[in-house]
Design a protein around this ligand. Structure first.
Ligand SMILES: O=C1O[C@H](COP(=O)(O)O)[C@@H](O)[C@H](O)[C@H]1O
Length: 221
């Protein structure tokens, strides 16, 4: 882990902790939506160390791979092992999985589980892949149009470029949050973001759906 990425993670944790504290001063419970993948790990660790009223914080994911929670591909496992640690273990975490063999069969149950969260979210932290996907809004997904346009909260997704089926919050549900943050690292992702900022075809680079939320960008080499 480079020092710059570690510092970025700490700055992001400070900003998110401050946002959650502000909202906790005004409301009984608050919701944080986080992303999976490899980038958030140092951020999760830095945020877990913050002195927050964790028992009043709800946490869920922007998207999930439809895999067993013991799988190394599980975003829920990542959150449990890196964010829900120490005092932060008192947070209420609602994963995006259910007792069903496919996301199409499980999406209604996950919608029911997540309906009780403290919407709208205080903060949504998005990641981004090299193909411009964010959450599980993939350019090559058949369900991309639906996920970008539906008022339903969640969409089951099949993506040729990805080994597992997925479930994702829809763009409209993620848009409702009070604050949006993009957390990315590396020159390759910076180039993808620059490309996204230079055009407007959301289906080509789905991160474009969030560029005017407004979106705070946290990037390090
Ligand atoms: O598959 C996913 O990828 C993106 C980016 O992940 P990273 O490993 O490049 O950081 C992530 O934002 C998304 O939540 C995850 O499901």
């Amino acid at each position: 882990m480079s020092q710059q990425r570690q510092k970025l993670a700490e700055q992001l944790a400070e900003a998110v902790a401050q946002a959650l504290s502000e909202d906790l001063d005004r409301q009984e419970r608050v919701l944080l939506v986080v992303s999976g993948g490899s980038t958030p790990v140092p951020f999760f660790k830095a945020l877990a160390a913050k002195p927050l009223a964790w028992s009043r914080i709800d946490i869920t994911l922007a998207d999930e791979r439809w895999v067993d929670e013991q799988s190394s591909d599980s975003n829920a496992k990542l959150v449990r092992e890196n964010l829900l640690q120490g005092d932060a273990a008192a947070a209420r975490f609602v994963p995006l999985t259910a007792e069903a063999s496919t996301p199409e069969e499980g999406v209604a149950a996950v919608a029911e589980q997540t309906a009780s969260l403290s919407w709208p979210a205080s903060v949504v932290i998005l990641g981004m892949g090299g193909d411009g996907h964010t959450a599980s809004l993939f350019p090559d997904s058949q369900e991309l149009g639906l996920a970008l346009s539906t008022d339903e909260p969640l969409v089951a997704v099949r993506t040729p470029s990805q080994p597992q089926p997925r479930i994702t919050f829809s763009a409209s549900r993620l848009h409702q949050a009070h604050r949006h943050i993009l957390h990315i690292t590396g020159d390759d992702k910076r180039a993808v973001l620059a490309n996204a900022l230079n055009g407007d075809d959301v289906r080509q680079l789905p991160i474009r759906a969030f560029l005017s939320c407004p979106l705070a960008i946290y990037w390090a080499p």
